[in-house]
Design a protein around this ligand. Structure first.
Ligand SMILES: [Mg+2]
Length: 349
């Protein structure tokens, strides 16, 4: 594989996040393992329909993952800096304006109601901080939308960590929620920076380096070890030559609506599918699609884990690996490409 350009990687990351969400959304309510064949059949059905001009542009809807990713990206691009009140307003107003059900988590709605009542003024972090008797949420919601952060602060780890943390605190203040967002950002940044080496990327080294980096740079010490343990499980599976079953992944790593399960599941999906031969049913697909089909297939929260795995994979493989038909079919597909380009332009400046 020739090394994808940085712009292609930025676009692969953001469009990837939307693609993974749109693909996974089809199976969102099933909460169980989806056979690869079923995911592949749906993916191909959309490709075929677009080819036959039987599907309108943007007609495969995304969910809350992409809503919030767009909200964050637009605010960063528009203000050229992080403005907490503006991001809070975007999150909340998008939530209240949606014509279609976006499957937001039930609890985050209370944060949006409070923010609206406050008219997005004053301490916009307060509603999230007060959730769950003050312990805050450790849902995967602040990690699922974080992909614009490593693009906005590319090559600047301290700023990536700080912004991942700040944007998380608008809705998810529990240490596990915040560290999930930080870890997802670090995984994307690492994927953006990976040089294509002879013989391909070493997944075990990627994961080991990621654990070390996370330990070194995270600013949230509480429950920090939880993610170290999860990445340790990933390394054990990567070292094994035996094919891991979905049931086992879900028992050991998990893939549900919590950050501490969904984020490691997404990282695992990217790394486990780097080797094209690992999963026989997926060998014929490019690396990006292997990661996303795999993630959607085994995950309980399949749109979110699919979206996060795709953001990492897109940052590594670049945008050309995403089927053009899906760029057309995904709601917000063109917008994701444009926003990624704007973030890239800001990076160059
Ligand atoms: Mg969702």
């Amino acid at each position: 594989m020739a090394k994808a350009s940085l712009l292609s990687r930025f676009q692969g990351c953001l469009l990837g996040a939307v693609f993974g969400d749109c693909l996974g959304a089809k199976f969102e309510r099933e909460w169980t393992e989806i056979p690869y064949d079923k995911v592949i059949a749906y993916m191909n059905k959309i490709i075929k329909k677009v080819g036959q001009e039987k599907l309108e542009k943007g007609s495969v809807f995304y969910t809350d993952d992409s809503c919030m990713t767009f909200d964050l990206a637009k605010s960063l691009v528009g203000n050229r800096k992080y403005d907490a009140a503006d991001v809070a307003k975007n999150f909340s107003e998008t939530y209240f304006s949606q014509p279609t059900h976006r499957s937001y988590g039930g609890n985050v709605a209370f944060v949006f109601f409070s923010l609206k009542q406050m008219n997005y003024a004053g301490d916009v972090y307060r509603p999230a901080r007060e959730q769950f008797d003050g312990s805050g949420s450790y849902g995967n919601g602040s990690a699922m939308r974080v992909s614009p952060v490593p693009l906005f602060h590319h090559n600047n780890i301290p700023s990536i960590v700080e912004l991942s943390c700040e944007q998380s605190k608008l809705t998810h203040t529990h240490p596990l929620g915040i560290n999930g967002a930080i870890l997802q950002s670090l995984a994307i940044e690492k994927a953006l920076l990976c040089e294509e080496s002879v013989g391909g990327l070493d997944p075990i080294k990627f994961c080991s380096d990621l654990i070390q980096q996370y330990k070194d740079v995270t600013t949230v010490e509480d429950d920090k070890h939880v993610y170290e343990g999860q990445l340790g499980h990933i390394i054990r599976y990567l070292k094994s030559t035996e094919l891991v079953k979905a049931k086992e992944i879900n028992e050991r790593i998990g893939s549900d609506v919590t950050a501490q399960k969904a984020v490691p599941a997404a990282i695992f999906a990217f790394l486990y599918t780097l080797d094209a031969k690992r999963i026989p049913q997926l060998t014929k697909f490019n690396g990006f699609l292997r990661a996303v089909i795999f993630a959607v297939g085994f995950s309980e929260d399949c749109d979110t884990v699919g979206s996060m795995a795709a953001a990492i994979a897109g940052a590594y493989y670049g945008v050309d690996m995403i089927p053009k038909e899906w760029t057309f079919a995904c709601e917000g597909g063109t917008e994701a490409l444009e926003l990624a380009e704007q973030l890239y332009d800001l990076h160059l400046k």
